[in-house]
Design a protein around this ligand. Structure first.
Ligand SMILES: [Fe+2]
Length: 277
C-alpha cells in the first residue's frame, strides 16, 4: 500500500501523472492527501471568525446560534465556511474524484481545545467509526486544517482500504469482534475480515495549516487527542454528485448548493449560499 507521503513525493516529481495517481490512490485506500491550499483570505477569515465566536462564552456554549459554528449546515448558513470549502483548488480536486457536476451538502467547523480526546462520542465512548451517511451518499469528505493537525495537536487516523469493507462497526463491537476505543483491536478485526490485505495499518494524516485531504465515506477512522496547549481549528465539508438523492436517515432532503457544473437530475433541494456571515 502506498503511503500518502510517498504519494506526495511522487506527484511532485511527475505532474502529468498527478490526476490519475490521485484517483487510483483514493479508490484503493479510501483517502488521499494532504495537498496544499496555502493561505487564501478565506482561511484567515474563517479562523478569525471562529476565534471571535468562541471567545464569547455565550456563543461557545450555544454553537448553533452562530452561523460559523453551525452543526452540519454551515455550508448554507456561513459565507465564510462556504468560501473556504469551495476554493478553486479544492473543487478542482473534488471534480477529479466525482466528476464535473458537484453538490455541496454538508459543512461543519471543528474546534478541539487542549486535552480534547479527539473524536470520542460522549454517550458511547467510541472513537473508531464510519461516517455512515457519507458512505450512503457516496460522498467525498474534505478536511481542511485551519490550524495545524498533527499527532501533537490531534489529526485524522485512518485504516487504508477499509472503505470497501461495508462494516457495521457498532454491531461488530456488540458481537465482541472489536473494541472501538482500541486501535489495535480494529487492526486485528480488519486482518480477520480481509486477510488478503493484512497486515492493515493506521495512517495518521498530519497537515499544516492551509492543507487539506480527502476521505471516502465508509473508511474506518478516528481522531487523535489534542496534546498541545492551543485549540485546534478545522473545517470539514462533503460533496456529492447530483444524480445522488441527498437525504437524511429519515428520508428528508438535506439542503445542497450546486458549486460546479450543472444539475440535470433535479433530485435535490438546492439553495444559495449565505450572502454574508
Ligand atoms: Fe468521522
Amino acid at each position: 500500500m502506498v503511503k500518502s507521503a510517498e504519494y506526495e513525493a511522487r506527484s511532485a516529481n511527475d505532474a502529468s501523472a498527478n490526476q490519475t495517481d490521485r484517483i487510483t490512490f483514493f479508490e484503493q485506500n479510501g483517502f488521499v492527501g494532504p495537498f496544499t491550499l496555502g493561505h487564501p483570505a478565506s482561511l484567515d477569515a474563517l479562523h478569525q471568525a471562529m476565534s471571535e465566536a468562541l471567545s464569547e462564552p455565550q456563543q461557545a456554549a450555544q454553537p448553533a446560534q452562530n452561523p460559523v459554528l453551525d452543526r452540519r449546515i454551515a455550508h448554507i448558513t456561513s459565507r465564510r465556511v462556504y468560501d473556504l470549502a469551495t476554493e478553486t483548488r479544492i473543487l478542482a480536486d473534488v471534480a477529479d474524484l466525482l466528476g464535473p457536476n458537484i453538490l455541496f451538502w454538508m459543512a461543519e467547523t471543528i474546534w478541539r481545545e487542549p486535552g480534547h480526546d479527539g473524536h470520542i462520542v460522549k454517550s458511547t465512548g467510541q472513537i473508531w467509526h464510519v461516517d455512515v451517511i457519507n458512505a450512503w451518499i457516496k460522498g467525498v469528505h474534505v478536511s481542511v486544517a485551519v490550524t495545524e493537525m498533527t499527532m501533537k495537536t490531534g489529526c485524522l487516523l485512518v485504516i487504508p482500504g477499509t472503505h470497501k469493507y461495508d462494516a457495521d462497526l457498532p454491531a461488530l463491537e456488540k458481537a465482541g469482534e472489536c473494541d472501538l476505543t482500541d486501535a489495535n483491536s480494529m487492526l486485528r478485526l480488519a486482518d480477520r475480515m480481509h486477510p488478503e490485505n493484512a497486515p492493515h495499518q493506521i495512517e495518521s494524516i498530519e497537515m499544516q495549516a492551509g492543507q487539506y485531504c480527502f476521505t471516502r465515506g465508509g473508511i474506518w477512522h478516528g481522531v487523535s487527542r489534542n496534546n498541545d496547549s492551543r485549540t485546534r481549528f478545522g473545517l470539514v465539508a462533503r460533496f456529492a454528485r447530483p444524480d445522488i438523492k441527498v437525504r437524511d436517515f429519515g428520508g428528508n432532503p438535506i439542503p445542497c448548493i450546486l458549486v460546479r457544473g450543472e444539475d440535470a437530475y433535479q433530485l435535490n433541494l438546492l439553495q444559495r449560499p449565505a450572502e454574508n456571515s
